[in-house]
Design a protein around this ligand. Sequence first.
Ligand code: ASP
Ligand code: MG
Length: 471
Amino acid sequence: MPIIVMKFGGSCLIDENAFNKILNITRIYKNEKKIYVASALSGITDLLLKTAYSLENDKDTDKNMALIEKRHIDIIEQVFIEESEHSFKVRDWVDNKLSELEDTFADIKEFGLEPYYKDYIMSFGEILSTYILNQYLLSNEINSVFIPTNKLIITNNEFNNAYPLYDLTNARTKKFLIPLLENPNKDIIICLTGFIGRNKIGYITTLGRGGSDYTATIIARSLYDVGNDKDIKVILWKKVDGLLAINPKYVPRSSLIKNLNYDEAKHIANFGAKILHPKCLEAIEKHKIPLEIRNFEKPLEQNFTEISELSDKQYIKGISAVEYATIVTVISGSMVDVPGVLAKIFKAMSKNKISVSLVAQSSSEISTSFIIKEDDRDKAINALENEKYFSEFFHFKWENVAVINITGLKILETKTKAEIFNALDKKNIIVKAISQSHDELNLSIVIVRDQLVDAINIIHEDLYNEFEDSN
Ligand code: ASP
Ligand code: MG
């Protein structure tokens, strides 16, 4: 029987109507084994953090605690029958957790907000919401079990942005999840908290903001590693139909990307399609576990995004843009055939914690250009100017620009590139630099910032048939 790991974000847990939709989804997937990963109720993680940062004011703390309580009680009142067994149970649980939370806030006030405390505080959001979901399923006579993922996902010590240690996590999955999933006599939905794990010595860690998607994929990978059943899929329920080829703020009618492979998806996720946590792909790619992004409002919709090893090569998958970028250029006659010049440039950036995205250098080696965030511009120029090595034979220039990224296997075809540049020429778009690394599924084009919207539109218009149209 296939196993589906589904993630329900905060917007899937907002009211009675939303909880009903989860029941509906449960019916639709009645023939699959199901693991539900839940996020905190929407806004709760932020509220928990905000409270932890402003503990000096007792009144604010009380107000925030009351709000956290109210948000959960409101949901409980909506989705459980009053005075029923499950409503008592869930209220008791919430009361207990909230008093633990209050004690922790008192500790933080006394000892300071150590990195560990932040993760611990944030974990309450998922612990509360997931338990509510689990009790809700039980109250609807659906067999379910609640497992907080600090029991399952063992991570390194990087609080706030932890990374799973798969060997240790797999051992836990084998011990706690596999027996539940492989029991032929029992059909049970396993409810797991998103976002949280623990390090080896038992401290709760979190996987980075928006990390519940990541939890779903970590669990899928771990199940594949240790279970007998390799037919595993991840579904992320979202507010949208899936990934769009272009942000609708640039083009009026953008198409949905119906399928793309892991590499294409990594590019799209990195370029700020906030719909997908970039780390998810790293977890599932190894075993080629498919991932679907589907609209929570329309669970039967035929159009959705599937990320798998397969991809329709005939389509451009997406165009994205970096609006506020600066291109920095280092120019010198003495860069030719001198080893180590690039190392020096990038070392200067790294010392100043400046992240470099695109890099372009023609093989004449007379100049090298690279892209940084506009916010880092002054820091970058200062860093280069203060570097003794560059003071004599080098000079620098910079310009604020925008970068367009065009992604898809199709970009490997020369003809596609010819079409793109033809299109840009029609609108007199000035191309400042270009970059595509070896066999990479992404072409980056640096252009004059004012021309960004025109440039994206003309590419979309001229290459319209190269995009997959969903509607
Ligand atoms: N609740 C966490 C956050 O807001 C994780 C998630 O929502 O995925 O970042
Ligand atoms: Mg969230």
